[in-house]
Every structure is written in C-alpha cells, then in structure tokens.
Write a new protein. Structure first.
Length: 294
C-alpha cells in the first residue's frame, strides 16, 4: 500500500479530568492542538485515554467529541476493545454510528483466549459492523499475543485492515508484512522502536509522545514516510528520552503531568493510577527540554 488511510503519527489521546469528570473543554483544546501540530490522525479512548476507568457513557462521549472536533480534517480511530466480544461489537458499532473512521480493538485481556479464540473474536466483529478495524496487540498488558499466522487469516476479512503492534519485535514486523500483504496497515504502538518499525515497512505509530510533542512527532514521521532516514534519525535522537520518560511511572500519569506543566489540562488521573512521582516529573521535564517542547 503506497498511501494507506492510516499513516504517520496518530496520538493515543489522554482523557483530561477535572473534579472527577471528563474535562470536555480541555479535551477539545487538546484535539485542536494535535491537528494544528500536523498529526495524521487521532485515537481517543485507548489505554492512554484511561478507557479502563471510564464509564461506558464517558467512553462514548469522548469518541463523539473527538469526531465532532476533528470534523474530517484527520481520521479518527476510536478505541473499542473489550475482553467480551459482544461488548466490543457494541463499542465498534457506536464508533461507526458517530462517524469514526475506524476502530482500534485490543486483543481480549485476562480471558487469555486461544489463537482460534482470537480469530473468532475479530471475525465476529468483522461480521457485525462494517467499519475498518485495527487489531491492537500488546501482550505486556493483555497476557495474550496474537500470532502472525492468525493475522494473515484476519487480513483476508474485509473489515480487519491492520494492526497496532506494541510488542517492539521488529523481526515480527517484516514477517507480518510478508504474511498479510501490501494492503495490511502496520502501525507501531511503541514510540522508542517506531523508527525501526518504519524501516521494516511500517506506516506509522499510535503514539503516546505525540500528546506532548505533536509538531516534533509529526516532523519525525513525515521524514520517515518520505524516506529521509537521516532526518528521521535526528528526530529520533531528539525524542527518545521523552519516549522513555513518559513511561517512567504508570502511564498516563507522566504524560498528564507534562500536559499540566504546559497549562493544557489538569494532571488528574483515576485510581488505580496515581499522579507521577517526583523522580518521574524531573525526568519528564528534562526530556521535554531536550525535545524542544520547553
């Protein structure tokens, strides 16, 4: 695929809170900042959006707000995963109803389904809703790892269009590209290794770091997509400490601290996530300076 719909950098958006509720005004402002910064898409209510502690009503509202604010300027890939296939179908159906361009569906967590169960999960979603779906593989969080063999089968289904791969396994990327074909959309879910992922044929990244540094991340992915590997390497060197710093404490606490320092939202998180530690805050500020955000 020479020009996939989903490419470049798509921030995994935080969900800002204030006084225990979703701060809708702050969320809209964050979306506008991302678009102004040149990102290539938006991903609301993923892991970084604290979807695990949002109510279903809040989840749906954040997706609606994102679509309404984006107004078609960039694609919106709505988080819609669950460890219940029926619930995932309902979330994907809602994403389609409100105008999202695709859904991001994490592999079912905690249940630990077999590879055949994983195939059946995504096949059921494919049958139920006519919306492009990206598989989200993050075994470090879900305790299940979807194989390239299953992905090759899923790639034959009309609505399963690609992957967010947060494994950091670069050899897997090349093997998966060969197995799934040229139309398979390949997005990294791991900021520090995304340069290598792009070199292995990836199309971009669903990024945590872009929350904090949208312009710098957009420039990095523009360079990589253009084959300007020297420029991309310069961008990587500028951003790599920020990539790491934003995971120096339980995510998204460091990212919300960075955004709060910039005056963009409160740093409020929901339990069991707690605010970033002092050591994490120091690391984040130093990395922000190095990345040119401060």
């Amino acid at each position: 695929m020479t020009d996939p719909l989903f490419r470049g950098v798509l921030p995994a958006l935080v969900t800002p809170f204030r006084d225990g509720a979703v701060d809708e005004d702050a969320f809209v402002a964050l979306v506008e900042r991302q678009i102004a910064g040149g990102v290539h898409g938006l991903v609301p209510v993923g892991t970084t959006g604290e979807t695990a502690t949002l109510s279903h009503e809040e989840h749906r509202r954040v997706v609606e707000l994102c679509v309404q604010t984006a107004r078609g300027r960039v694609p919106v890939v709505a988080g819609a995963g669950s460890n219940s296939t029926a619930e995932a179908i309902e979330l994907v159906r809602h994403a389609k109803t409100v105008g999202a361009d695709a859904a991001l569906v994490v592999t079912p967590y905690y249940n630990r389904p077999s590879q055949e169960g994983l195939y059946a999960h995504y096949a059921a979603i494919n049958e139920a809703v006519q919306l492009p779906v990206l598989v989200y593989n993050v075994p470090g969080r879900t305790s299940v790892d979807i194989s390239n063999d299953v992905l090759a089968r899923l790639a034959k289904l009309p609505n399963i269009v690609g992957i967010k791969d947060a494994t950091g396994d670069l050899a897997r990327a090349s093997l998966q590209r060969l197995a799934c074909g040229e139309d398979w959309v390949m997005l990294s879910g791991d900021d520090p290794t995304a340069l290598g992922y792009m070199a292995h044929g990836g199309h971009g990244c669903i990024s945590v770091t872009a929350n904090v540094a949208p312009e710098q991340c957009a420039a990095f992915y523009d360079a990589a997509l253009a084959g300007d590997w020297a420029g991309a390497l310069q961008g990587q060197d500028r951003l790599v400490r920020l990539h790491k710093a934003l995971f120096s404490d339980a995510s998204p606490a460091p990212t919300k601290y960075a955004l709060a320092h910039l005056g963009l939202c409160a740093e409020d998180v929901r339990l069991p996530i707690v605010p970033a530690s002092e050591a994490s805050r120091r690391e984040v500020l130093e990395a922000m300076r190095e990345a040119g955000v401060l």
